[in-house]
Design a protein around this ligand. Structure first.
Ligand code: GLC
Length: 542
């Protein structure tokens, strides 16, 4: 190969995480191997072949570390071990090896902002004001009237301060989340070193990167000032944005980049503005990727989505930062449920509403998998699942997020692939409509949501215009979005109808062009006939 050709090939190469489709496994609810009603790593391992069939390139596995489970694993008591509920380190190694053998990367969830209150560091820190680990957490004396040091509120229970008074040592400790999740003090160099060690531990075991939980919170304004009244009631973790965090991210990036495997760090930067989130990419020297949350809350409205996409482009493009897209995750109602609720609020009759929210969820899948940026699929989205309606007696999450965490139905048997021992049941009720919406049934039905995801992912992989092409709007009637994706002379156009009525599309260039994918059809529709069905999305090659 000539030097020129080599140069060309290199210029054309993009990091794997820009072209990958990620799939989020929430292990408690994914698949169970031992009948205790809680999913585990061995259960997930059995299902890897199904994920390879779906075509996803990378798995993000939510926490499986040792934990008292006050926040179902986001309260870590040992960063370098697997909780026995999920398996052990050997099982994790096998999972990674099997995933790699199937061509999928494995990204794990790193929780750097806080530990469990049962972590040995916190047990020591809270044993005395002079303990060696005291400064590993954030402690303050009460105000003269006994109140906490500032007005920050914790996530989940907004009536509660982000501080808990620790009687035995007479000080408050900070927790931006639950009181069982004390915030680490990243101003303490030993904390930085210890947390860097946890990254090295997993990098040495061969992981392909990290999803960094609440990463924008690892720096705090040293003055710990009150939040201004105009943001009263917003959890402080949604407001915390200080320069020192960027310095810490650069150090994390440097550490990760010393490994040879192009590992990725995708950060949960849960701030209210996309512009602020964009700063956490730094100058290409902080996060590789950051989650982009506005689409996670977006209603099924063309203008709203257009705004999300434009804001994302405007904030990220000038920095050369690569976007991400997500419709659902383990912290928020699934998109189908959001569309169901909106239809109920709009007074649609239940049968029409159910039909429409399924059509919208299908079109949303096409949108997710055709935008410029890395898509993240939340387990069960590919089955078109809605949230479970969890009865009061079975609710377990302090943040009210049980519905979207319902176990994944694998087949149409009475236990849907979750056989439990006598007197044991799954930790949450099964996802709804499990008779029809289960992996086995949908795999057997070419018109299913599962096959739509599979086709859309395959098309993305086969079409560089979709995975890395440029993005340009196409002018269309109200209620319809259209965009052109182009790479190396190949152009595809995506059309998404956000309305419940068919729309005529009068674009000369598209008439008779080949339809590559339709959100409502098991097979391509042949040629474009100038019409977009209700809540339908199409991908067309011009
Ligand atoms: C992140 C996680 C969420 C968790 C919180 C505290 O937002 O996604 O599940 O409760 O951080 O770790």
């Amino acid at each position: 190969m000539s030097v020129d050709a080599t140069y060309q090939a290199d210029a054309d190469r993009v990091p794997w995480w820009q072209e990958a489709v990620f799939y989020q496994i929430y292990p408690r609810s994914f698949a169970d191997s031992d009948g205790d009603g809680v999913g585990d790593l061995a259960g997930a391992r059995v299902r890897l072949a199904d994920l390879a069939w779906l075509g996803v390139d990378a798995l993000w596995i939510s926490p499986f570390f040792r934990s008292p489970m006050a926040d179902f694993g986001y309260d870590v008591s040992d960063y370098c071990d697997v909780d026995p509920l999920f398996g052990d380190l050997a099982e994790f190694d096998s999972l990674v090896a099997d995933a790699h053998a199937l061509g999928m990367r494995v990204v794990i969830d790193w929780v750097p902002n806080h530990t469990s209150d049962q972590h040995p560091w916190f047990l020591d820190a809270s044993s005395s004001r002079d303990s060696p680990h005291r400064n590993w957490y954030v402690w303050r004396y009460p105000e003269p009237d006994g109140s906490p040091p500032n007005n920050w509120v914790a996530a989940f229970d907004l009536s509660a301060p982000a501080w808990t008074f620790h009687e035995p040592t007479g000080q408050w400790y900070l927790h931006l989340f639950e009181s069982a999740q004390p915030d680490l003090n990243w101003d303490e160099p030993q904390v930085v070193e210890a947390m860097h060690d946890t990254l090295r531990f997993w990098l040495d075991r061969g992981v392909d990167g990290f999803r960094a939980d609440a990463i924008h919170c690892i720096g705090k304004d040293p003055r710990l000032p009150d939040d201004p009244p105009e943001v009263a009631g917003i959890p402080h973790c949604a407001l915390n944005d200080v320069p020192v965090t960027h310095e810490r991210l650069r150090a994390i990036r440097t550490l990760v980049d010393t490994y040879p495997g192009q590992q990725v760090v995708v950060g949960e930067v849960f701030l209210l503005s996309t512009e602020e989130v964009a700063t956490y990419y730094g100058d290409g020297d902080e996060l590789h990727l950051a989650f982009n949350f506005p689409p996670l809350f977006a209603p099924w409205l063309a203008d709203h989505w257009r705004g999300c996409i434009e804001d994302t482009c405007a904030a990220l493009e000038p920095r050369g930062a690569w976007p991400t897209w997500v419709l659902s995750n383990h912290d928020n109602p699934r998109h189908r449920t959001r569309y169901d609720r909106a239809a109920a609020r709009a007074g649609e009759d239940p049968v029409t509403a159910a039909r429409r929210s399924e059509a919208r969820a299908r079109a949303a899948a096409v949108l997710l998998l055709s935008l410029r940026g890395t898509p993240f699929v939340y387990q069960g989205d590919e089955l078109g699942l809605a949230d479970a309606d969890v009865p009061e007696g079975r609710r377990v999450d302090p943040g009210g997020r049980d519905g979207c965490r319902a176990p994944i139905p694998w087949d149409a048997t009475p236990d849907h692939g979750w056989p439990t021992g006598a007197g044991v049941r799954t930790w949450l009720p099964m996802a709804p409509e499990a008779e029809e919406r289960n992996r086995g049934a949908e795999a057997a039905e070419p018109g299913s949501v599962l096959h739509l995801y599979r086709r859309a992912i395959a098309l993305r992989h086969a079409t560089p215009a979709l995975s890395r092409g440029s993005f340009e709007w196409v002018d269309l009637p109200d209620g319809v979005l259209g965009y052109r994706r182009t790479h190396a002379g190949d152009t595809v156009v995506v059309l998404v109808n956000f309305t419940g009525t068919a729309v005529a599309i009068d674009l000369a260039k598209l008439q008779g062009a080949e339809v590559l994918l339709a959100s409502d059809d098991p097979v391509p529709r042949g040629r474009f006939a100038g019409r977009l069905g209700p809540d339908q999305a199409l991908i067309i090659r011009t």
